[in-house]
Write a protein that binds this ligand. Sequence first.
Ligand code: HEM
Length: 492
Amino acid sequence: MELFGTLVLASIVLGLLFLIFGRDSSRYSKMPPGPTPLPFIGNMLQLDSRALYESFMKLKETYGTVMTVHLGTQRIVALVGFDAVHEALVQQADAFAGRAVSPLIMKLTGDFGLIQSNGERWKQMRRFSLSTMRDFGMGKRSIEKWIQEEAKHLTEEFRKTKGSPCEPTLFLSRAVSNVICSIVFGQRFDYQDENFVKLLTLVDENLHLFSKPISLLYNIFPALIKLIPGHFKKMLLNVNEIKQFTSAIIDKHKATLVSDSPRDFIDSFLIKMKQESDNPDTEFHFDNLHMTVLNLFTAGTDSTSTTLRYGLLILMKYPHIQEKVQKEIDSVIGQDRAPAMEDRRKMPYTDAVLHEIQRFIDFVPLNIFHMTTKDTIFRGYFIPAGTMVVPLLYSVLYDETKWATPHSFNPDHFLDDNGGFKLNPAFMAFSAGKRICAGEGLAKMELFLFFCSLLQNFSFRSKEDPENISLLPTSTTFVKSPQIYELMAIPR
Ligand code: HEM
């Protein structure tokens, strides 16, 4: 009887295995190698959901730089190291330009907008967003002036602390967010504006919730969204509150729109909606407007402000680097005028420190997941259309063949023998190829101008001994943030 029971169980398991993995086996047999998956859970036992990128690095030792891994029943292809990521995103750009939309995102926001869309919708949203952001100053003098003005507000705010310890998150996010608000909403918000502060808190909270291992589990086993809904409900509540805020602003724009004189991104989108109102297939409709605005606002706020916050922590840990940057600021800019973009080429050390901050903090270690747009042959392997692809940015920014000391903070990574600035092609903090960050130019300008203004006006110190400052990130499933810390902004 016992033998019979075992046989029945074995055949059920084998049957399930065949059902799940046997179908289409010839189609998948030429996919890149990877660990053998278990039914339902795939390779979850080999993956650490709190530091997925480290698990991929370990698996690379056995399976190489292009591998197939199963997150539950979902097949994904992970690309490890500069060569593989560059080859896919740049040399086979079209094939790897799709976006994998996770079940969690699908339930929270759908596939509207720019970040999470594909095909014609993505092409139209990307083209329109880039050209409209340029119209409203991205990469130009006008936005430079706006950032300089905002930097003044930021330094005034720090000055009010009179050198006493403060937690810098909101200081930085309000300033950074006001830059994208100027382009998208045509206005900046007062730092004391309660709605604005609430909005930033919600955006920040959702990013943290999204980076928790439970969010990854939701994506792998979507049934969990119903079974353990608490975490999901909190995120949805936040998304809805954020949407209410942006909806109110869009409504105000609609009521005051002058068709031949757009004031900002929203006006331009509303005008385009009018122009295309007879086209039944138009992508210029309210859902795409709403989500693109939300995409620009969220992507444009947390990434840059977290980079500044992490950067200040790093400089408190390495005061000699902070002093060297300040010396360069003093000699090139001085104390009597605001930093300007044309100063950058005369400031190779500061430029190197900023690049090294972005490399070292590795803000999006797994990148935002991509997807193949068509059946693809990559390095002799077959990758079917619609396969989720993880171009591991951590493995590029920490590639031991590309950086002298990848695990230490070392501005020399971006300096030549004469102290001049030297770019490294493995600097892919903004990713590469067709999906490369749409706000790269804006982010670089903000980082330079805010960072220089802060260090021109203050020295940043910690209550702790620099030796004891930890640079370890708090969470690493999606984005890396520094531990919560306090700083003292000592006027210079
Ligand atoms: C330090 C700051 C920033 C970093 C490190 C960063 C990084 C990234 C990365 C890694 C991606 C994914 C690229 C890919 O899928 O291959 C991305 C996408 C994107 N970023 Fe940024 N970003 C930053 C700032 C900004 C800013 C200021 C904006 C605002 C305009 C922005 C808007 C976007 C958008 C809209 C996308 C989606 C592009 C698409 O799917 O076509 N980012 N960013």
